[in-house]
Write a protein that binds this ligand. Sequence first.
Ligand code: SF4
Length: 369
Amino acid sequence: MAEKIVPINDLRSQALAVPGAPDAPSGLLLDALGRPLHDLRISVTDRCNFRCVYCMPKEVFDKDYAYLPHSALLSFEEIARVARLFVAHGVEKLRLTGGEPLLRKDLERLVAMLRAIPTPSGRPLDLTLTTNGSLLARKARALKDAGLDRVTVSLDALDDAMFRRMNDVDFSVADVLHGIDAAHDAGLGPIKINMVVKGGTNDGEILPMARHFKGSPYILRFIEYMDVGASNGWNMAEVIPSAEVVRRIAAELPLVPVDPNYSGETAARWRYLDGGGEIGVISSVTQAFCRDCTRLRLSTEGKLYTCLFATRGHDLRALLREGRSDPEIAGAIAQLWKVRADRYSELRTVDTSGLATGARKVEMSYIGG
Ligand code: SF4
């Protein structure tokens, strides 16, 4: 039974320092390990209509859970302003996350504001969103029309009973599949499907999922079960290494490895030998990819996190709401990234998951995966 955790906003966060004479953004910002800032993940809500057991277990995120009040959330105007400053630093990919981002009212309005941001390179921003698919059928067309490029949909099983057990709110596979097809019909793509594989729970679904999506326009990715946050009761014994996932599929559906689309891509790609499309594996536990990690995360209440497994945030909202100028905020972002040296997954061992320091890791439902 996961330990009952206290409301999330008591996580240690610190003020974001503003440099005396901030440099103007140059379109390229490297961290302490030489990694360029390229992706910003923006959480637009800490709420979700699912209770996935590896992310937002019901016994922790129950009816008494203290979600953030609306006044604490960054407004669309604040998010768009922040995104514009990140793009000036070289960010070319914006991913909207949550909780479940489609729960945030009028999200397409934010999408249109982000779509309007010009990039220093002149290339269009890569604007994407991660969703559980429950509201996609209703929203896909409006999101596409507002300027969204593509979506990633979480689906942890094809078997309906198993899926309902995983999301713990009795939501059906058919409704998510319907949402995926609606997104495809609306012209969003390429569409990726993310399956978190938890050993002893849904690993029996690896082959049924592969068979189902093979030959479809969708790219299925298998994610190793991770020790995110402090509430999912993670155990290394429940991790199915990606190598094992590939071995199981290839035994029936032969696969060949494919080169990454770009440096920093989280998934390792495999193509079906018979031309039936490709799959991906995301191996944060057994094949860490921190060396190429170009991601920063912005929580829905305006805290910056330099790693998915961070134990503290940096308060950007305070700078926004105390009237700091664009150069000051851009300078503060640059200063934070330049000293970034996170590589949690490289350092992870069976012992680190509890973090001897006792500091609690931020919850994935709060900053998006
Ligand atoms: S563990 Fe942290 S540094 Fe490593 S890839 Fe994930 S987010 Fe990046």
